[in-house]
Design a protein. Sequence first.
Length: 98
Amino acid sequence: EAFAEEIKRKFNGFIGFDPNQDDPCEVIWAKLQGLDVNVEHFRNSPVMRGPAEFKPMLFREDGTQRAFPKCKRRTRKPKMRIAGRGVDGITAVQVGPA
């Protein structure tokens, strides 16, 4: 937890990930904590039926991708909606429940 607090302190308000963007980074705690809890949540989520670029991924310690566990139950198709339009004119798309 101390490490997470240190990362939060260093990155919250940071500007510089993208030289074309001056919005500060905002670091917040996730509602779900822990790998097992998140895997269980997303494996049965509608997002798993959406486009591959929106699906969660798992990685081994060496950085190679590993398979995400299959759904345990049938999921509904995700809802695609426009979440907002950035200053550069690019539209953000949100998949699944807000």
